[in-house]
Write a protein that binds this ligand. Structure first.
Ligand SMILES: [Mn+2]
Length: 309
């Protein structure tokens, strides 16, 4: 089986990208390709590890996205993450299986992901708030997540379980048999999708997703705020639930709001204990050469806000 790992970035992500690649490159077998796709802004000199394939998103498809001025939320008309839909199309004939990771992830156990072969088209992990986690969090915090519009929207979009797209194991032999072209369908529909490509995957593959356990894409719970806008601490039961995948961790996803390289206005460590995730981040960060000074300083200044120890 021919496998490849891919991500899609622009040059503003070069530091995060180098850390992400550092986390798994030594574990990558030589017969597995590393594909890096970008918007034209990445130069090989920015990269600590050269990909097997370095390529630019198809200009015609990106042009059509940017010319669509009808997007309800995205002023620029597109963002680099949209590219992952096009990449699935670009490489579906060349590989049998594609592993996609956001550049804001760290891979802890690449062999486990390479071993996993989905029967359905997309294998992924449900977004952080599932029926199970909502029940635990709501009971403990009284927040009322279950009635939030975004949660209700996600359930309607994909009643089987709304997945996060930061980590996907893609069975490309199924992609080849789709009765539609995903790039074309995406361009024509994305203007109405709040979480653009993630909403798209959830709709287009609603019946064709294989659900992985949370150790394949561990995402910290977002910061919740009470009616006075004060952050809410997650309780013991929520923390226990969150910690379950730690013993068999495969991928950590530092989603927006939980990025140790970006400053936070609040002490995140009070909301949720993510010590282990930050320790792993610092371990990989410390062995990644050639990071920008500014980026290095930002990580060192911020990490205390994220760690309890
Ligand atoms: Mn992400």
């Amino acid at each position: 089986m021919k496998q490849a790992i891919f991500t899609v970035v622009n040059s503003t992500w070069r530091n995060e990208l180098n850390i992400f690649v550092e986390s798994w490159i030594q574990d990558k077998p030589s017969d597995v390709d590393y594909i890096l796709v970008h918007d034209g802004s990445i130069d090989p000199s920015m990269l600590n590890h050269q990909p097997d394939i370095l390529t630019i998103l198809p200009e015609e498809l990106v042009d059509r996205l940017t010319r669509t001025d009808v997007h309800r939320f995205l002023k620029t008309g597109w963002q680099i993450n949209c590219g992952r839909i096009f990449v699935m199309d670009m490489f579906k004939d060349k590989y049998d299986k594609l592993l996609y990771f956001d550049a804001d992830t760290l891979v802890v156990d690449l062999p486990a992901l390479l071993r996993y072969t989905p029967v359905k088209t997309i294998a992924a992990v449900e977004a952080e708030f599932t029926r199970e986690s909502i029940e635990i969090v709501d009971k403990e915090t009284g927040f009322g997540l279950a009635s939030k519009v975004r949660i209700l929207e996600q359930r309607r979009l994909n009643p089987s379980g709304y997945v996060n797209n930061g980590v996907m194991i893609i069975n490309t032999s199924n992609l080849r048999k789709l009765p539609f072209n995903i790039s074309e369908l995406f361009i024509r529909t994305f203007g109405h999708l709040v979480f653009i490509d993630q909403d798209f995957i959830n709709v287009a593959f609603s019946n064709d997703i294989e659900y992985l356990d949370r150790s394949y894409n561990l995402i910290p719970f977002p910061t919740l705020r009470d009616s006075d806008n004060n952050p809410i601490e997650y309780g013991t039961k929520s923390q226990e639930y969150f910690d379950q995948p730690l013993s068999d961790l495969k991928v950590i996803h530092y989603i927006s709001g939980w990025r140790p390289w970006q400053p936070t206005k609040i002490n995140k460590a009070k909301m949720l204990n993510v010590d282990r995730l930050i320790e792993i981040y610092l371990e990989v960060f410390n062995r990644t050469p050639n990071l920008d000074q500014e980026f290095r300083r930002s990580v060192k200044e911020n990490f205390r806000d994220y760690i309890r120890k």
